[in-house]
Every structure is written in C-alpha cells, then in structure tokens.
Write a protein that binds this ligand. Structure first.
Ligand code: NDP
Length: 285
C-alpha cells in the first residue's frame, strides 16, 4: 500500500464544548509520540447523541470523549462497559474496538492522581462533595474505593443526591450521607477535603460560585475544584483567602487525558507534555 492520507480520529462530544482544551493537550501528546492521530472538538447538542455515536462507528473513529451533557445518556449507545464505569453509571471515554463501543470512566482516577501529586490521599478522610452529576459520581466512587471514612453528598436536586448516596452505601464501605443544598452550605468542622464537582463557575459563568458559607472553610482543609476553565475559580479564591490548600481542575484533566491517550493508542502517555500544554493554554506557565 502507498502512502496513507488518512489519520486515526478521536475527539470529544459536548455542549458547550468550544472552550474545552482537551484537543490541544492530546494533539501535543500525539505529536510527541509521533502518532498520526487527530482530536476533533465537536459540538453535539442534547438529543443528537445517538446519531453522533453512530457516526463514531461509521467514521471508524478510534474513540471519543464525552462531556456535558452526555456522560450518562451515552450508556444507552454502548456495547460494553468497564467494571468502574458500571458502578459509576457514567462514561467519559469510549474506545471503538472493531465496531464495538466500550465505555470507561477515567475522571475519578484522574482526580485521585491529581490529589496524590499534591501529597493528598483519600484514605481515612472526611470528604464533602458538591454535586451528584457525572463528575461527582466518578470522584465519589473512586474516593470511597480508596478508603474514604465518610462522604457527604451535597446536591441541589434530591433524586440525584440520594441515588449517589445509596450507591456509595451499597457498593463501598464508606459512610455516606445526603445533604440537601438549601441556602449557604456550612461545612462540617471535621471536613478534611472539599470537592467542588458541580458545573458552577464553568466558562462563561466565571463570575458564579457555589452557595457556601465560606467562613466555615479552615486552613486544615484541602479544597479542590473540578472546573478547569478558568482553573482559578472564585470558589478556590474564597478557600485560599481562608488559608486552605487548594487544588484546581487542571491536574484531573491532564491525568484522565493521559489515561485516555493510552487506552486509544496502546502507547504510554507523555503526561508531562500534556500537563505543560494545559498550563500554557491557561497562561499558567
Ligand atoms: P452534570 O451535568 O452531570 O452535573 C452537574 C452537577 O452540577 C449536578 O450535580 C447539578 O446539580 C450541579 N449544578 C449545576 N448547576 C448548579 C447550580 N446553579 N446550583 C447547584 N448545583 C448545580 O455535569 P458533570 O458532572 O459532567 O460536570 C460537572 C463539572 O465538572 C463541569 O464543570 C465539568 O467541566 C467538570 N469536569 C472536569 C473534569 C476535569 O478533568 N477537571 C472532568 C469532568 C468534568 P442538580 O443535580 O441539582 O442539577
């Protein structure tokens, strides 16, 4: 066969997706490893996911990332799930294995790795998680499996909050409690780690912050935010003012991206290149 002008395709489906920097990070990694892959950032509106997943097969794409609002909905269109994705009930990446779509969730593991890189572990800790959507579920399940002592799930919607709490109780050994989010949330004094896992503060709503009584944040707490665009969220700024150690969403993004790279290509990911690219993208270098 002569020269191939066809690249392998991966990408992301989401809405909004315009400000998602994953493509720059993955393409830097493909270039570094000399792989002929392209990462496409594609807007897929709610209601169009079925067609989009059929296109993954029709275009023989190697796989796809899913972001808001598709991470739970996508389960309907997959042939197989990893055990972790099965428990979590949400998928952030799919691998096309010869026309069969296999779903995995790398968000929670990426998040835990970003804590570990800052010397923080979940084992034995009291953890408050804001949110009960796809990201919160992945993080809660992985933190529970990593041996968290207690997890409070704080969510505005009762159904999703109670469902996640029940899941933690049934599938893990962690104590779990649902807290309905009404008015400014007071953090329990024994909190070790706070995880902001809602979409509040995500571009373009960078002026928004979760309704928390920020005077209940202490300098003993580790406060993290999954929002990565802009990574220096108002939520983290408030926590910094109270002396808390803060961890932004970039580390989670880089680490889950590295895992996705390996699952798609079979090649070990150049994590440092990916982290550096993200930092440059956000003007943090
Ligand atoms: P989902 O749509 O699945 O869940 C959204 C969550 O946010 C729900 O718990 C929802 O509560 C809550 N929420 C949204 N708006 C409000 C509000 N005004 N007040 C209170 N709660 C609110 O989204 P995902 O879980 O997929 O994504 C959440 C965030 O995580 C996004 O910002 C995304 O960019 C980020 N993310 C970051 C990653 C990283 O690598 N750093 C990876 C994955 C996601 P309710 O149930 O009441 O509606």
């Amino acid at each position: 066969m002569g020269k191939s002008y066809r690249s392998e395709l991966v990408g992301v489906f989401g809405c909004p997706v315009e400000e998602n920097p994953t493509g720059v990070m993955e393409e830097a990694a493909f270039a570094k490893m000399g792989l002929d892959y392209r990462y496409l950032t594609i807007r897929v509106e709610e209601g169009n996911l079925k067609t989009a997943m059929e296109a993954v097969k029709a275009f023989q794409m190697k796989g796809i990332n899913l972001t808001i609002p598709h991470k739970v909905e996508v389960l309907k269109y997959l042939d197989e799930l990893s055990p972790a994705a099965e428990i979590i009930g949400a998928v952030n990446m799919v691998v096309n294995r010869d026309g069969k779509l296999w779903g995995e969730n790398t968000d929670g593991k990426g998040f835990l790795l970003s804590l570990e890189q800052e010397g923080v572990t979940a084992e034995g800790k009291n953890i408050v998680i804001l949110g009960a959507g796809g990201a919160a579920r992945a993080i809660a399940v992985e933190m529970a499996l990593a041996g968290a002592a207690k997890i409070w799930i704080v969510n505005r919607g009762v159904k999703r909050g109670e469902e996640l709490t029940k899941l933690l109780r049934e599938k893990t050994r962690t104590q779990a409690e649902y807290v309905k989010w009404e008015g400014a949330l007071k953090l329990p004094a024994e909190t070790d780690i706070v995880v902001q896992a809602t979409s509040i503060g995500l571009y373009p709503d960078v002026q928004e912050k979760p309704d928390v009584d920020y005077d209940t944040v202490t300098d003993k707490m580790v406060v993290s935010d999954v929002v990565f665009n802009d990574p220096h969220t108002l939520f983290l700024q408030e926590a910094e003012k109270r002396g808390a150690k803060t961890i932004n969403g970039l580390g989670m993004l880089a680490n889950q991206g590295a895992r996705n790279f390996t699952l798609w290509t079979g090649v070990e990911a150049p994590v440092e290149v990916m982290t550096k690219t993200l930092k440059r993208e956000f003007g943090l270098d």
